[in-house]
Write a protein that binds this ligand. Structure first.
Ligand SMILES: C[S@@+](CC[C@H](N)C(=O)[O-])C[C@H]1O[C@@H](n2cnc3c(N)ncnc32)[C@H](O)[C@@H]1O
Length: 275
């Protein structure tokens, strides 16, 4: 098939699009707004959930033996700020320039001594210096199998011996409810996906390995962009296996990062794992 038409074919599992939604100059701005909307469960969870989560994290990982925290995929700093306000020493890493700039400005305004790193947590070389690593709001599920291994290796490498990881992911319950769909829409004005006139082709498709694709192909006057959003759904067994392969020991399993009781039919699961 010719190169022009090839882009409309179904991608291989975990194939990258032409852009990432988190670093695309326009869409990352839309996502930053979503992060900062206190009532929207978009790029970050609602503020009431994050407040409860930060309180639960403080309870579970008291400062006297978990004073150094690193937040992987910290976004504009919703968790890092709450933990810094509680007195922890906090580092956040994120590859969205917009989010990190917002996080730095907000920390400066509040005089919170948070260290921010603008970088890719898949290639960042950590030093063993943290007591607690956070990976919150199902970032894990957006990664390919190889990337998941790399991230677990990096989080392991960032922790002191005995350090803890708290992370969450989507469960296969969400996979059962997932519908395959194909649709397209014409936009005369800016939308989430692009500025000005454009057309969006959307496709949702189930793949093997508990993975789905939510794809958007955005057609603009002189440009085509492909956004491949992959979602990998975990079970308690698969996540435990992957963590153990990376050297962790799973200490506890919850429904979410507020510490609700784990439910097999829940839409998310959260784990605490130890190095
Ligand atoms: C779903 S958001 C969650 C943000 C934050 N943890 C929260 O709950 O408010 C995912 C975040 O991970 C960041 N991210 C995704 N892949 C990344 C990577 N490879 N390296 C660094 N940051 C990444 C995105 O920019 C985004 O800020």
């Amino acid at each position: 098939m010719n190169k022009e038409l090839c882009m409309y074919q179904l991608p291989q599992i975990y194939q990258k699009g032409t852009e990432s939604i988190w670093t695309d100059p326009y869409i990352s701005g839309q996502l930053l707004q979503a992060h900062l909307d206190p009532e929207f469960d978009g790029a970050s969870r609602k503020r009431s959930f994050i407040d409860a989560s930060a309180d639960w994290i403080e309870e579970q990982f008291p400062q006297d033996n978990h004073s150094e925290i690193i937040d992987f995929g910290c976004g504009p700093g919703l968790y890092t700020e709450r933990m810094a306000e509680k007195g922890y020493t906090v580092t956040g890493i994120d590859f969205s320039k917009r989010s990190i700039e917002k996080a730095i400005a907000s920390a400066n305004k509040q005089q919170l001594p948070i260290r921010y790193i603008h970088g890719d947590y898949l290639s960042w070389q950590p030093e063993e210096s943290y007591d607690l690593a956070l990976l919150i709001y199902c970032d894990y599920g957006a990664l390919s199998k190889e990337e998941r291994k790399t991230l677990l290796k990096n989080m392991y490498g960032a922790l002191k011996n005995g350090g803890q990881l708290l992370m969450d992911n989507f469960t296969t319950t969400q996979l059962t409810a997932f519908n395959e769909e194909t649709s397209w829409s014409v936009h005369e004005q800016s939308s989430f996906w692009a500025e000005g006139e454009h057309v969006v082709l959307n496709r949702s498709k189930k793949y093997e390995e508990n993975t789905v694709l939510e794809q958007a192909i955005v057609l603009k006057e002189n440009e085509k962009c492909i956004y491949n959003i992959w979602k990998y759904f975990s079970t308690e067994e698969t996540l435990t296996r992957e963590l153990e392969e990376a050297g962790f020991t799973v200490k506890a399993v919850y429904k979410d990062v507020v510490g609700r009781l784990y439910e097999e039919a829940g839409e998310t699961l959260a784990v605490v794992a130890e190095k």
